[in-house]
Design a protein around this ligand. Sequence first.
Ligand code: PMP
Length: 302
Amino acid sequence: MNDTMIWFDGNMIPASTAHCSVLTHALHYGTGVFEGIRCYKTQTHPAIFRLEEHLQRFNKGTAVIGMHPDIGLMRQAILEVIAINQYTNAYIRPLAFYGTGGLGLDTSCLSTHLAVMALPWTSHLGESARLNGIRAKISSFRRNQAGAIPPLKITGAYVNSVLAKMESTRAGYDEALFVDDKDRICEATGENVFVVKDGHIIAVKHSDAVSGITRQTVMEFIGTEEREISRQELLNADEIFLTGTSAEVVPLVELDGTYFPIGSVTRKVQEMYQQVVHGELSNYQHWLTYVESQKVNTLINK
Ligand code: PMP
């Protein structure tokens, strides 16, 4: 298999040659921030979906942990990684993290690192998820509270998602949903939740949930209500679907033994989402950043 090229601290290098120390602070304490971005094949050039919104969230996350990377440089690195690997459908993973300089909790003396990786796309919930839906379990774990760790893509915070995912897969499910102490739905381990009832679409709102860019996208193109939803209300839904950059729009067909059909609303949202990300709807072209390899390569070769 060809070694994918990644951008690491200003250099474009084969992924297999990128190394960091076992004293890396982020390895011990989860002091990093990442993003998950998608690039799609379109009729012309590959296009990165909602790159600016992903960069903004990345910027917010890095600010929380006291890092201030050059966002313009990250944007350029993302374009270059797609271009040099000649990817069309790809998953892009920017990462900022604290490196070496001490194992105390004070970060002021630590080195900082930036990387951009990309992989040819494979869906994290599996390709059949979009078609056939997934089965989920309510997690016995609580979501990190926003007052403890802000709901951004801070690497250490994802231990919470990993625990919930582990519990649900061990019980034979695909995914887990978090509820809070008042039995309100928060989100899934890597997706936001939508409910369809009597033809209305409701985006589940919760202060501990990550503010998903896919959720925002669906809300903007379909026009939805946004509010808190209890576990009971979720169980009474006509249709449920999950949204996320890597999952896209996935029907939820079972929650702890209660079954939901894949309805026409979910199918419509899925269809529209695919059209939007592949650049087939002219109204949403502003969400796409086209990667014109010729131009980007010129920059790499400078
Ligand atoms: N919740 C969590 C916990 C996530 O990790 C993600 C993925 N980033 C989402 C929701 C969905 O966010 P987005 O649509 O921006 O990918």
